[in-house]
Structures are given as C-alpha cells and as structure tokens.
Design a protein around this ligand. Sequence first.
Ligand code: TLP
Length: 351
Amino acid sequence: MNPIDLRSDTVTRPTPAMRQAMAEAEVGDDCYGEDPTVNRLEQTAAEIMGKEAALFVPSGTMGNLTALLTHTRPGEALLLDAESHIYYYEQGGLAAFAGLLPVFWDTPNGCPSPDFVRSMLHRNPRMYPPVGLVALENTHNRRGGCVITPEEIAAVHAVTQEAGVPLHLDGARIFNAAVALGIHVREIARHVETLSFCLSKGLGAPVGSLLAGPAVFIDRARRVRRRLGGAMRQAGVLAAAGLIALTEMPKRLHEDHENARLLARRLAEIPELGVQPERVQTNILVVRTERLGISAEEVAARLRERGVLVTVYGPTTIRFVTHHDVSREQVLLAAERAVALFRELLSSRSG
Ligand code: TLP
C-alpha cells in the first residue's frame, strides 16, 4: 500500500503531458542564450508576472539567493519575517553568501505594518546597518499557507519606494495566493520590484523556479546565477515541463485548497488540536500536537505507520500539504486515519 504523501507539494511527479513535452523539447545551450524552450519559458513567465524579464533557476532557494546577491551588498540588513523560508530553510545563504544581517518583524500573517518598515528604513545610519532589501513571502509557508493581499503589499511598497529600498517577494506559491484571492498573479507581483516563484510546488513541474523583475536587474542576476553554478545547458527539457506547469496547472489549484479545508474540518473534530478550518486559505495546514502528549516527531512516525506522511515543523507542530498527486478520497482517508490516531492518543492520556 502506497502511503498518502502530505509532506509537501514538492513531492509531485511530472504529469504525462509534461513527460511528453520534455521528450520532445527543442533545446540548445542556454549559456549562449540558445535554448528556445528556456527562452520561451522566461518570456512567458515575465509576461504573466507583468515584469520586463525573468530568469530560469534550478530552485526557489537559488531564486531567492540570486535576488539577495543582486540587490544587496555584504553588511547590509535584510528586513524579513521571523518565520520566513529565506531565514529558516535556505541553509543560512543570506549570511553565508550574501553577508546580510537578518532583521525581523513577527506578525500573524507574515506581513509587516508599513509604520514598522518605515521606522526600520529610517534608523540612524551612523548607528545601524542600512537596510538593503525588504522581503515578503506569499503564500506564507510556516504560517500555514496564509495569504497577503495586494493592498497590504502596496502599503509596504509605498514605504520602501519612498526610501529607495527594493522589495522582493518569495512567491514560491504565488499562484496559490492568487487563486485564494480570486485575482491574477500580476495583481500581486506589481507591488514588488522582484519576485521568485516555483514551478516545482503546487504546479507540479519536476524542477525549476523563476526570478522576475526589471531587465537590468535580470541581466545582473544572470551573472550571479552563473557565479552560483546555476547556469544550465540544454535546460529546455526542464523548461518544457515548466511551461505546462505555468500555463495549465494554476487552474486546478483550487482543488488543493478545497482538500486542505476538508482535511482541516475533519481534524477540527478534535478540539485539542486547535485547528480552525476557516483560517485555512490555501493548501497548507500546520497543526499543533502538544496536547497529544507525544512529540511531533513521534506523531509523524505513528502517522507513517498508518500510511500517512507529514512533515515535522517544530517540536510541537506538524504540517500537511495537499497537492496534485493526492485525490480528495486520499485526503479524506488520511484525515480518517489521523483522527483515529489522535483519539487513541488522547484517550490513552486521560485513561
Ligand atoms: N519549501 C519546502 C521546504 O524547504 C520547507 C516545502 O516543502 O515547503 N520559498 C518557500 C516559501 C518555500 O516553501 C520553498 C520550499 C522555497 C522557497 C525553496 O524552494 P526550493 O525547495 O525549490 O529551493
């Protein structure tokens, strides 16, 4: 019996259409700018995001790191959310490679107040390192896939623009945000100078992310990507899958959101978990496990024994993510198994 894999939307396999497009892709050496499929992917991505240009990179991590290195200089401060992916999960690249000092806000949906940003951008330069970049994340991974609205981003952008500091968006799941808000991704992207976004998460491509922004920025980012070893050759085989991800897959993301909400409703039958289904906006559900009486690691191990895979997100939190490769039936089955396990754990505690 195959386990129901809810660890991440990164676990999806390429669809048959993607595999066929990969097999048939027209390719060339992208370091000479001669891969027609990569060029088409970059142009399509730029158009969709309403930016002048885009750059194909192997991962979301490299997209973010390339943005940091292109926008900033060592010793500057990077202003970002305390729970952001750039800080938590990118192996300290901001410090190790970009020499940046992280300075945080900490808000429920990961979006700072414009006043806070203004105060940080106008600190005494004789005392504090200058802020070289402000970075947002939408949807927000560690905060449970929540969404920031274009209005919230625009309010922050007004402040960063006034101070002449660029605003970058880690939009790994920007399509999930747009679907949840019922708007075009461009409506989100227009309020930031640059953004990275992933083809390999909810959109189902096997590999690849894009960094989009002004043409002069992308020219410089292309050299940074090369420095990082991220310049590829006949990458059209990957871009071919990416084009399908970008153009075909966003329209089904609402199914993942509905499934996550369904899962949350089932788990909410156990009040000890504190799940609030109405707060599930996209395809991510973070659940607190402290009242189950065992560690999150153990909860994940026990779920695995029952054929449900989740990610441990902290000592007392686990994460479920819905995606293209799990059906509604599988999500309901996973919920049923999880509820049964949690009930057993609670009754053995009270008994
Ligand atoms: N996130 C992964 C893990 O690294 C946690 C996941 O399973 O969710 N930004 C955000 C918001 C992300 O969630 C991720 C991946 C990335 C960037 C990095 O993308 P990759 O894995 O392609 O480097």
